[in-house]
Design a protein around this ligand. Structure first.
Ligand SMILES: [Zn+2]
Length: 506
């Protein structure tokens, strides 16, 4: 299975049609309009990211002008052939010496079943497929390659003794979505100019081989600035090896029946140290200053809060010099899109994990209306405002739950439940505002969003305290909590008519 020549890209035609598989050449050199077609959103995002990484390495556009040309027109066959030529042997899943993203002769006591390579599949909470116990889970070559890439780039490690991705445990990936797959791939490829800005050692490391051709040495300490673009984008942190393929079967991921499928792999613990952060272009980073030292890391989903609460980090660049504020560095591909696109469709994906186990998969699209790129401060303010409404509700119900000084609390964590409900009910209001807002004149839209969120918060507060209405001991608690709520709500909303939000006159 060679990713450069065989048909492995699972797609369906736009606007509708039957699923099929394309070669990389068909995707990049023909004019078809396709979208990826896999049953799991995380595997689709990983397939897209794999295509982007291959395109970035094989066909880097020299300038922004060249990139713009690639976004609108297919690649010529000559460009395709000459771009792929140096890499032909390195992208074979079954290469006898250098199999794609694997090492040969991994010694493991027992092979690991293939479903372990589909991140989170074997965890009970979020399994998408239900496999009957005892039935072998098989992946076709294409899906095995996508799963290997996803496991090494986006998923938590297999556990103690196994290294995680170059970006840390379970990083968030943000990519720019185009109108069809070929366009989406190019929208996320950086021009050479931009690549050199974020990875200044790019030219010096151009001839580097990937980790499966020139392996990482056990125990080695590697400066992040020694890692070139190809090696970093396809970094394999673990020692994995697919077992020899079996005969014809249906793939549990794409559903296609293939002549050769993979049923298991071997894995072995392996350790080394990376010194510094490798500036991966597909993920947003945050930084803070602690004791005068700047610390930087990739964003990950650490709580149940939905993706929009992180949106400012995804699109707004902010530098920090003090210890109170967080610095933000959007993914390089998103920053590049600022100069290319009026409207932004941002594909966001990541896992929420607890060490090796995945608690949640989170993959969604967020739309930003025309003018976003010149007004990212509005995005920052908008998200800040919406989070403010969440916090007003949370603070008021926390008072209700725990009490205040001598006033007794309800003793039930109503604020936790209400926060979840807030996320559920506010999502449309926030996302609609982002998709429709006139960034030139944002004040009105912010006011309207504030009104909407105000109504949601007051409604949730009333619903949360209603069951305790008949408890005489909680009457004062409710009153104090309500006062707390309006204090915080009033601070959020500019008053237009002198009327307070609790209906009394100021
Ligand atoms: Zn498959």
């Amino acid at each position: 299975m060679n990713l450069l020549t065989e048909a492995w890209i699972p797609v369906r035609p736009l606007p509708a049609g039957a699923a099929c598989k394309l070669t990389l050449r068909q995707l990049l050199c023909e004019d078809g309009r396709w979208e990826l077609c896999l049953p799991r959103d995380d595997m689709e995002l990983a397939a897209l990211q794999l295509l982007i990484c291959m395109t970035q390495v094989f066909f880097p556009p020299q300038s922004t002008a060249a990139l713009k040309q690639r976004i609108v027109a297919p690649l010529s066959l000559d460009e395709f052939e000459s771009g792929c030529a140096p890499y032909r042997e390195w992208f074979r899943l079954d290469h006898p010496d250098f199999p794609f993203m694997q090492v040969r002769n991994v010694s493991a006591k027992d092979p690991t079943p293939m479903d372990k390579l589909l991140a989170g599949l074997t965890g009970a909470t979020n399994s998408c497929f239900v496999n009957e116990p005892g039935l072998g889970a098989c992946l076709c070559g294409g899906c095995a390659a996508i799963a290997l890439f996803n496991q090494s780039s986006n998923a938590p490690s297999f556990g103690g003794g196994f290294k995680g991705s170059l970006r840390g445990g379970a990083p968030v990936t943000t990519l720019v979505q185009g109108e069809h797959l070929r366009q989406t791939v190019w929208l996320n490829v950086l021009s050479e100019e931009r690549l050199t800005q974020i990875i200044p050692w790019h030219h010096a490391t151009r001839s580097q081989q990937p980790t499966w051709v020139a392996p990482i040495k056990a125990g080695e300490t590697i400066p992040s600035q020694a890692i070139g673009v190809l090696r970093g984008l396809f970094w394999q942190p673990g020692h994995l090896e697919l077992m020899p393929p079996q005969g014809e079967q249906a793939c549990i991921c794409c559903g296609f029946v293939e002549k050769q499928v993979y049923a298991g792999f071997n894995k072995a613990k392996f350790n080394y140290t990376i010194d510094g952060l490798w500036p991966h272009p597909h993920g947003p980073r945050i930084s803070s200053v602690k004791k005068g030292e700047r610390e930087e890391k990739f964003v990950s989903f650490t709580t149940a809060a939905p993706a929009w609460t992180h949106l400012s980090r995804f699109v707004v660049q902010r530098q920090t010099t003090n210890s109170k504020e967080e610095g933000q560095e959007p993914a390089a591909v998103v920053r590049q899109a600022q100069g290319l696109l009026n409207k932004l469709r941002l594909a966001v994906g990541g896992y929420r994990n607890n060490q090796a186990s995945i608690l949640e998969r989170r993959h969604e699209l967020i739309f930003l209306n025309d003018g976003w790129s010149g007004h990212t401060e509005v995005v920052h303010a908008l998200v800040g405002q919406a989070v403010g409404y969440r916090d007003a509700l949370n603070k008021a119900l926390f008072v209700f739950s725990t009490g205040f000084k001598e006033i007794k609390g309800a003793g039930v964590k109503v604020h936790e439940l209400a926060k979840e409900q807030f996320y559920r009910r506010s999502e449309d209001t926030v996302l609609d505002t982002l998709a429709r807002i006139d960034f030139e004149q944002a004040a009105l839209a912010l006011l309207a969003m504030g009104d909407g969120l105000h109504g949601i918060v007051v409604g949730l507060f009333n619903e949360s305290v209603a069951p305790y209405r008949n408890d005489p001991e909680l009457i004062r608690t409710t009153a104090v909590a309500r006062k707390t709520l309006y204090k915080h709500l009033n601070a959020l909303k500019p008053q237009r008519d002198g009327r307070r939000d609790d209906g009394t006159n100021a």
